[in-house]
Write a new protein. Structure first.
Ligand SMILES: [Zn+2]
Length: 310
């Protein structure tokens, strides 16, 4: 869930110096690559699955009081399994820990180090606090909102590759739609206030959200999926079901395959240019890290920047 809007003054160096990104490495699958994916070199294509939030900063609360982080972890594990089975052997399931802000830097730094071809951040949605209502579940007071249901997809125009981010977002939205899943259109409504978003692809349900940190700071096409609303009492139960998790996983695999194939048809120069930018950025950051080690002077490269914590 998109929890808060913040102006944060944090030293990037300070944040990066405490990076305990708990990366769960995936194992190689036994199953062969499908012959239908001839145009996509699945074993070479790396998807990083970012599990939204951490055990310590678990994101939204469901209608029955469960943490969003656990929903994100369960679904991301299922998607990871499906991608590996489909032959995407370089898939990485990324789990970070610690407080939310620190984990945000950790996930971006780790994803960039991994030279991923694609980042998919997995979340589950809730609603702005003013829409929440009270009810009792198992004798405990909880909060819910049945007002909205459905998934939503976000991309940032500040990403290094906004065009391909939107391309993958659209592919994912269409695969979800093909499986009978409907996106929620409520982010376009004026009552969403500061959470209101521009719909970039009305068929696939892709919204523009420039300030999402994990999308704007990663150096590859990046997409955030709010898989469904866990504040909604019915949808919470559906999202917890293995059937829905498998359906979403199948949609992700087909979308990743289409995206990977589309990338393989790109002119080599275009991909090389993006790669060059990535390496320049990487070298620059190493340089700054060394400088900091020498001088012990805190960096302020992202001080005063405004972005959304996710
Ligand atoms: Zn979230």
């Amino acid at each position: 869930m998109i929890r808060s809007w913040s102006t944060i003054a944090v030293s990037l160096a300070a944040a990066l110096s405490v990076l305990p990104a708990g990366i769960v490495r995936a194992e190689l699958p036994d199953s062969p690559v499908k012959s239908s994916a001839a145009s996509c070199a699945r074993p070479d294509f790396r998807v990083v699955l970012d599990v939204g939030h951490t055990a310590k900063s678990p994101g939204a609360k469901s209608a029955r009081g469960a943490d969003e982080f656990n929903f994100n972890l369960r679904l991301a594990k299922q998607i990871d399994h499906a991608l590996l089975e489909a032959g995407f052997a370089k898939t990485v399931l990324m789990v970070t820990d610690g407080p939310g802000t620190r984990s945000m830097y950790a996930r971006v730094a780790r994803t960039n180090e991994l030279s991923a071809n694609l980042l998919l951040s997995i979340h589950h949605d809730s609603v702005p606090d003013r829409f929440l209502e009270k009810w009792d579940y198992n004798g405990k007071p909880e909060m819910f909102s049945d007002r909205f249901a459905g998934h939503s997809i976000f991309v940032s125009d500040d990403n290094l590759d906004p065009k391909d981010s939107l391309l993958f977002g659209s592919m994912l939205g269409k695969q979800l739609k093909a499986r009978g899943l409907q996106y929620t259109p409520h982010y376009t409504e004026s009552f969403m206030g500061r959470w209101r978003r521009t719909l970039l692809d009305a068929d696939a349900g892709v919204y523009r959200y420039d300030t999402l940190f994990v999308l704007k700071k990663t150096q590859m096409p990046a997409v955030l999926l709010e898989a469904g609303s866990i504040a909604n009492r019915n949808e919470e139960l559906v999202m917890a079901s293995p059937e829905r998790q498998q359906l979403i996983s199948a949609a992700v695999v087909d979308a990743v395959d289409s995206f990977c194939a589309a990338q393989s048809h790109k002119p080599a120069l275009q991909i090389a240019q993006r790669s060059k930018v990535r390496h320049v950025l990487s070298a620059h950051s190493h340089q700054r890290t060394r400088k900091r080690t020498d001088s012990a002077t805190p960096l302020t490269s992202v001080s005063q920047s405004t972005f959304d914590i996710h």
